[in-house]
Design a protein around this ligand. Structure first.
Ligand code: GLC
Length: 446
């Protein structure tokens, strides 16, 4: 068990300072993690072991001249979306006027397709129902499927789920051919004219969308509910053509500065020991790390002194990434609503608010610096002397919306690469998981 960082704190202020020291990551540590990450990439690619799965996508970089109209299914961590995408003369248009999307879990508790009680058929019927909102039984389309979970691909259209991540547990999907499950569900709805032809990870979709317009794009990443990165590999192994590799980097676990809170979170997660990096940096988990810190502070009498043992912060899963965002952005109205109505803290003291904001920022900065370390690892692998330009295409709610997150990734890269960091561009690439599926289908010439 990691050391008790708060053992010597006599006040809330001292406790926050101790936490900040403990969670801080100097540039030397970033470089150490980057090098461990680079080695893990090589190990995963050629020796097929180590923490990075290095999964083949069988997709290359698009030319920007791909054309056609395709259906895209985006099955992410939080919702499922269906889009009709047209590619023509380098232009991308979404043809459906209204978004066709549905949450995987109903916040009101009416349904939840992510539980063990849900079968593969029920989950894929739910997806096929969404497709039916956009397509009639007499229409024919090629479908690209972005499936954002670790999957072993045999070819561009055959992927079997290795394991669920992001706390999804639906039964009967692990080990199955995902696009076959989708094809069967579409047939059950009378949509046999819709043909799934390609399956890809959301990181791969993100890279494809950026590369459609930007010749320097060679890395794609998601910083949202989950975290993962892919990149374009010139030498994926003997007899294999250059292709994009989905690293499943959320499962990286070497040299990470794991605290006792990370350990606690891991132990109570669905898969202890798995996806350790993801549990330190992604929207699914960052709120829970904050809650565990607050529990520790409250248990030691350093914060929320009058809180009931059954009230906040002792009940689980009440702190979300959105809460961290509200605290950091100092949106006073939203903060009052959150503290008083959601967390039931009637009168937070000023020093408590300062502490909450500092802890939220500290976690976001650590997440950003950890993610930056892995990007630096990828750059070391693909361009060891850093001689060319690279665009890292990034999508996801944390990257787009969490105050300070993208800025701190950039700052960490600047700190390490100094003036050579101008060769590296971080590019917010929205909707990679939707549009990317259409581009993937188009690169295959359907
Ligand atoms: C999880 C999934 C991975 C996905 C990432 C972002 O880490 O395992 O496949 O890319 O979340 O959605």
């Amino acid at each position: 068990m990691n050391k008790d960082v708060l053992s010597e704190a006599g006040s809330l202020n001292q406790a926050v300072t101790a936490l900040q020291m403990h969670f801080g990551m100097p540039a030397s540590q970033i470089m150490e993690i980057a090098e461990a990450f680079r080695r893990a990439m090589v190990e995963g690619l050629y020796e097929k072991n180590g923490p990075l799965k290095m999964l083949p996508s069988y997709l290359g970089i698009p030319t920007g001249n791909e054309t056609g109209t395709y259906l895209a299914v985006d099955f992410g961590g939080t919702n499922v979306r269906v889009l009709l995408v047209e590619l023509s003369d380098g232009r991308i248009s979404i043809l459906n006027p209204q978004p066709v999307t549905s949450l995987l879990r109903d916040p009101g508790g009416k349904y939840d397709y992510t539980t063990e009680e849900t079968s593969a058929e029920e989950l894929f019927d739910f997806i096929a129902d969404l497709v039916a909102k956009l397509v009639t039984p007499d229409e024919s389309y090629i479908l690209g499927h972005t499936f954002s979970y670790p999957s072993w691909q045999k070819d561009v259209n055959t992927a079997s789920l290795i394991c669920w991540t992001k706390e999804v547990k639906t039964s009967g999907v692990v080990g199955k051919d995902i696009n076959l499950l989708l094809t069967q569900a579409l047939a059950r709805k009378g949509l046999g004219g819709v043909k799934p032809r390609v399956i890809l990870n959301d990181t791969v979709g993100t890279l494809l969308v950026a590369a459609y317009e930007d010749g320097d794009a060679d890395v794609g990443s998601i910083c949202g509910t989950g975290h993962n990165t892919c990149y374009f590999e010139l030498k994926p192994g003997q007899g294999t053509k250059p292709m994009i590799i989905n690293m499943e980097s959320g499962s990286f676990n070497l040299k990470l500065p794991i605290t006792k809170y990370d350990e606690q979170l891991d132990q109570t997660s669905d898969k202890p020991g798995d996806h350790l990096l993801e549990k330190m940096v992604s929207g699914q988990y960052i709120g829970e790390i904050m809650r565990l810190i607050l529990c520790d502070l409250a248990g030691k009498g350093l914060i929320f002194k009058g809180a009931e043992p059954s009230g906040f912060p002792f009940s689980t899963k009440v702190v979300s990434a959105e809460h961290l965002s509200v605290l950091i952005s100092a949106d006073l109205w939203a903060m009052d609503n959150m503290l008083i109505n959601e967390w039931k803290i009637s009168r937070p003291a000023d020093d408590e608010i300062v502490a909450l904001r500092s802890i939220a920022s500290m976690l976001v900065v650590r997440a950003a610096r950890l993610v930056a370390s892995t990007y630096l690892g990828v750059l070391r692998h693909i361009d060891s002397k850093l001689e060319r330009k690279h665009t890292i295409a990034i999508d996801g709610s944390l990257y787009e919306k969490m105050p300070g997150f993208s800025e701190n990734i950039k700052a960490a890269i600047d700190e390490v690469l100094k003036d050579r960091s101008k060769l590296v561009t971080l590019r917010l690439t929205k909707d990679g998981s939707g549009i990317g599926a259409a581009i993937a289908a188009a690169t295959l010439g359907f």
